[in-house]
Design a binder for this molecule. Structure first.
Ligand code: V0D
Length: 253
């Protein structure tokens, strides 16, 4: 079980609620794979798939809110994705603006808080600017936490945590004896948020690709052949439903 922190543990789980509201995942993480393949199947350039992927992100944020999900963590750009052709990377770096130009007012209206994990500092200046603006505008919202993993790599995250812990020990801010799992977690990008309850990966690949290695230790995994641009409310509901069945089968036995 993941450690539940008070500020996100505000969901009412009454016995009288219909069963479809029981055991809903608090934190859903998604690897949004298959945009390029979706485009290729249609004879379109890869970037057309990415643009379609942005539209699906918008829809899924709404669906997640409706399903009482508290945290949605989306793997948008990995530290490995820089190896793609420059033209594709340049296009992808414009997507946060494309998303926020249209959607920020709605996020604010729906009480969504936007945040990021990863080395956001290394992103292009204009990309950083729009994202920082959205973070500032939504920082006091207490509805869904929409968490974008940008320039994220889990091994790097763990390694920098270790380096920072060693630095703090060296500076006598921390003792070796005090280091435990809880302290270690505080050195990760995900400090203060609960571990994912459900991980979804689209497009048929069944691997983690350097995503949240520490945080996924007890997470339920759900894989689908559906490509990210074809992912919709129905697919999302299916994932949540199967998560609920797993919880009912194994919970309390
Ligand atoms: C491309 C599918 C939304 C995955 C979704 C910079 C690959 C579309 C954002 C976004 C990307 C990020 C931050 C933010 C608002 C929106 C995004 C990237 C890629 C990498 F504050 N979609 N999206 N960012 N894709």
């Amino acid at each position: 079980m993941s450690m539940k922190l008070p500020f996100i543990n505000n969901k009412q789980k009454k016995e009288t609620q219909p069963s479809d509201l029981e055991n809903t995942p608090d934190h859903v993480a998604i690897i949004m794979d298959g945009n390029g393949r979706w485009a290729k199947k249609r004879g379109l350039p890869r970037i057309a798939g990415h643009r379609e992927g942005v539209r699906v992100v918008k829809d899924i944020v709404k669906t997640a809110s409706n399903h009482n999900v508290q945290i949605l963590t989306l793997y948008t750009f990995s530290t490995e994705n820089w190896k793609r052709p420059k033209s594709e990377v340049d296009f992808i770096m414009k997507l946060p603006k494309e998303f926020l130009d249209v959607y920020l007012p709605e996020l604010i209206e729906n009480n969504v808080r936007l945040d990021t994990i990863g080395e956001v500092e290394a992103l292009p200046k204009d990309t950083k600017k729009v994202i920082q603006y959205a973070k500032d505008k939504t920082k006091n919202n207490d509805g869904l936490l929409l968490n974008f993993a940008l320039n994220y790599g889990s091994r790097f995250e763990i390694m920098q945590a270790i380096k920072q812990i060693m630095t703090d020990i060296d500076g006598s801010k921390l003792s070796v004896e005090a280091v435990d799992e809880e302290i270690f977690s505080k050195y990760l990008y995900t400090q203060g948020i609960s571990d994912p309850d459900l991980l979804i990966r689209t497009s048929g690949e069944q691997r983690l690709s350097n995503f949240l290695l520490w945080q996924l230790a007890y997470t339920e995994f759900w894989f689908t052949d559906v490509l990210w641009p074809d992912f919709n409310e129905e697919t999302f509901q299916q994932a949540i439903h199967e998560y609920q069945l797993r919880k009912r089968r194994y919970g309390g036995i």
